[in-house]
Design a protein around this ligand. Sequence first.
Ligand code: G4P
Length: 523
Amino acid sequence: MKNDFKNDVLSRRTFAIISHPDAGKTTLTEQLLLFGGAIRAAGTVKGKKTGKFATSDWMEIEKQRGISVTSSVMAFDYNGNRVNILDTPGHQDFSEDTYRTLMAVDSAVMIIDSAKGIEAQTLKLFKVCKMRGIPIFTFVNKMDRQGREPLEILEELEEVLGIESYPMNWPIGMGKEFLGIYDRYHNRIEQFRVEDDDRFISLNDEGEIAGDHSLKENDLYSQTLEDVLLLNEAGNHFSDDKIASGELTPVFFGSALTNFGVQTFLETYLNFAPSPQPRKSDKGLITPTAEEFSGFVFKIQANMNPAHRDRIAFVRICSGQFQRGMSVNLTRTGKSIKLAQSTQFLADDRSTVDEAVSGDIIGVYDTGTYQIGDTLVEGKQAFQYEKLPQFTPELFVRVTAKNVMKQKHFHKGIHQLVQEGAIQYYKTLRTEDVILGAVGQLQFEVFEHRMKNEYNVDVMMEPIGSKIARWIENEEAVNDSMSSSRSMLVKDRHDHLVFLFENDFATRWFQDKNPEVKLYSLM
Ligand code: G4P
């Protein structure tokens, strides 16, 4: 039993896909789920109208907008590994939950559209992964289309993201002339649009095709050999250690839509991706194979069932084994809680989880007990996992209750939703107007919806647009007169002073005028 538990933990691979919308995250996820046998037909994930992904009754906004409000989790088994993919919603559904999901994974897969290179949202998500020092694997997608030169993409990785790269494979041509990939790691060529047995051509010790083959006559093959020679001589060296610390990203080229290079990617990825890693707590590092169950809440999904106003708290298991019905302590309150109703996100028919181990994500029903960042621990040794970072919001609204008689409910609702991590709270200095901050527009919509449905308060939200929020290291250097419409001075929920600058220009202008004020941003 004990050995099984350890092996179970070691088999876990828990990751998120980071990318800009349209790079191919849904398409790649779908292919991975197909390999894992978790879905039977492409279109299941994206369609969301049929199949397993429609069975969960997400909140109304989601139904209205036909999107996934917050990150969801998909799990499947492949070659002895249990793979947990955590979704990171983008575009309008981008929110702090998207960032916080990255706190719950052990590695990340970064998808880059070969024609577009690194885009804004990829950069934001990458920074969070980089801060955590987790391994990042890169999949350069859409090689079946004309894109940028592969060397240009590697340069961009190094220059824009500041990460070393090691191409595990190298494309032979692209677009209409895409012939396949030269797989440096397996020392073979994988041909595009060639059926099973003939798909792979093995290479000799010199890294060339040994016998006769029509590909040898092709200029694109010769070009690839030259490129690979250059990479061997002048490129970065492969390093397990650097991959593990997130300093070097292995790069794979492929095409998710045509399902080319995806299986090779998955198998190589599973070889190098880390199993669950130890986590920092206020009582030191907690190892994933420690026997007692522990985990932390990284996300709360509201209103799974509007009739009951209940919520689901997503828990990343960090040690031990979860068993349905077990009792755990919530460190923040010291109270004991029975984890009776729980869900795991296997993309097959099982929806209730009885057992899960470190690395897995479970959803526990919540009637208002949990807050984001809460630690759950089995047994008497209470400890608290590291606090989740607060992210710098970019969008702000001024908010009031439509009905002035509802002030009490208004403030109670805001207080609780802020505590829960759904939205960030600020107030203006003298008038104490309530200002809310978010990283994505969706957070405001969820806020408005929940205020109405859970606290019975209609709110008015006056957008004040995107701002650059900067905290102040030396608050004594700041005074009221520095506040203006372009550099609005407010307080955060801990009463720390924050400037909301109109734009980059206003930030620079302020710094030029007031060099003594030391500004900083959160994550
Ligand atoms: P996302 O989740 O990252 O937003 O991207 P998604 O997978 O939805 O892919 C965005 C678009 O890119 C889709 O086309 C998809 O078919 C296409 N795509 C994904 N991978 C590849 C690839 O390897 N090669 C090519 N040529 N296209 C790819 P769409 O027309 O926007 O959507 P759809 O109507 O086809 O679903």
